[in-house]
Write a protein that binds this ligand. Structure first.
Ligand code: SAM
Length: 388
């Protein structure tokens, strides 16, 4: 019985994809789509009906398939979504249809996850939350990954290696299953410098009580070093870092002896409700953690307004969300922007050309494979902008 159903799914799914490729009339394709499983992907190519519709550049069919349950983030055998196919054909309309479906889905899933969590808080039923969150069909950025790259618990128990790569840049790596994964790589140096410049613009010379900075995740200390190199050093520079090997590295490099630096040994989640962070009072807040999923970043977003000191304070984060695929990156750029809007912050994005050559990663697994990094700087919207 089960195999009959599976065979039928293959038959109907294949017939639908074939009809789209054969440019059959839209009415006939819609007819077939009513019975066919829209999640079906052809065994070798991995193409779904949505991929085929993008290839046919048929906006109406794309809309129809999405409304009837096509999966916006299904990837083919080459790792491309239907939106990527549209992008490769320069079809902005078809691309936007799939991307916007992704944004709507991700926003909705976060609402459902929030609701599930609220229900769990009331019932104490932990399994329910993991069931709903895990069953969402969302882009799972590391969340399902129990290796050191995807699970904070595993990561914190893993040995980190600090070394110099073939290009003479310091890197920090961790073993995740078979792969070596970069926790922090030298190529991010330029991004960290630009981030500090953008976050501290007009702030470095703050009068009493001076510049107050909070950085979550020390890694190689690149961003923290830039904060320390400002023309006027921060009067208060709080660094939150849980990994024992990073903390040991920080000790060896003298971070524990720097005036004005406070190191909170633990995860940011351990400190949010404590006096150490709850008073807010930061001019600049930055977060770049490793092994955490979007759900955690989203939770951090909720904390940010309480952490900022004044109307000119700024917040930034390392935007590596979905950064191995152009569409996922685009979707998460918008999703994170909308979620920051929800807490009252407006984001300005600056494109940074990262120009990574194939040698950049050495033997490590890639976590960023796009030509452009989108650097976010969030702040309170100006009053005149709010009034218009
Ligand atoms: C990518 S590195 C940060 C690199 C840093 N921006 C730099 O410029 O070198 C990520 C760091 O976040 C830390 N981390 C992971 N989970 C964390 C959490 N929940 N709270 C605070 N730090 C965390 C890791 O131990 C690691 O040191």
């Amino acid at each position: 019985m089960a195999s009959d159903a599976a065979e039928l799914a293959v038959e109907l799914g294949t017939a639908l994809i074939d009809a789209i490729f054969a440019s059959k009339p839209l009415a006939r394709v819609k007819e077939l789509a009513k019975d066919a499983p829209l999640w079906f992907q052809a065994p070798e190519s991995g193409w779904s009906a949505l991929h085929a519709a993008a290839f046919r550049e048929d906006a109406e069919l794309i809309k129809f398939l999405l409304i009837h349950g096509a999966v916006w983030n299904a990837v083919d055998a080459l790792g491309n979504t239907a939106a990527d196919i549209a992008l490769s054909l320069n079809n902005a309309e078809c691309y936007a249809l799939v991307r916007d479906a992704g944004v709507r889905t991700e926003i909705l899933l976060r609402v459902l996850a929030d609701k599930a969590e609220a229900d769990v808080d009331m019932t104490g039923d932990d399994d329910k939350a993991s069931e709903i969150v895990g069953d969402s069909g969302a882009i799972r950025i590391k969340a399902q990954d129990s290796t050191a790259a995807g699970s904070t618990g595993t990561f914190l128990d893993s040995k980190l290696v600090f070394k110099t790569d073939e290009r003479g840049q310091e890197i920090c790596v961790v073993q995740a299953g078979e792969d070596e994964v970069g926790v922090m790589m030298g190529w991010e140096t330029d991004i960290m410098k630009r981030t500090v410049d953008a976050l501290c613009l007009d702030h470095a010379e703050l009068e009493d009580p001076g510049l107050r900075v909070l950085n979550i995740g020390h890694g190689l200390g690149i961003v923290d070093t830039y904060f320390q190199s400002l023309s006027t050093k921060p009067t208060q520079h709080v660094i939150v870092e849980p990994h024992p090997d990073v903390l040991a590295h920080m000790k060896a490099k003298g971070w524990y002896d720097k005036p004005g630096v406070t190191i909170l040994e633990g995860k940011w989640q351990d400190f949010v409700d404590t006096k150490l962070l709850e008073d807010g009072g930061f001019d600049v807040v930055y977060t770049d953690t490793f092994s955490e999923d979007y759900a955690q970043l989203y939770k951090f977003f909720q904390q940010v307004p309480n952490l900022l000191r004044s109307s000119t304070s700024r917040f930034g984060f390392f935007h590596g969300l979905g950064a191995t695929n152009a569409t996922f990156y685009d979707v998460y750029t918008r999703v994170s922007e909308l979620h920051l809007e929800d807490v009252g912050l407006a984001v300005e994005w600056t494109d940074v050309d990262v120009n990574l050559d194939p040698e950049t990663w050495g033997e490590t697994r890639k976590y960023f494979s796009l030509p452009i990094y989108r650097m976010p700087v969030a702040s309170w919207p100006a009053y005149d902008a709010m009034e218009t």
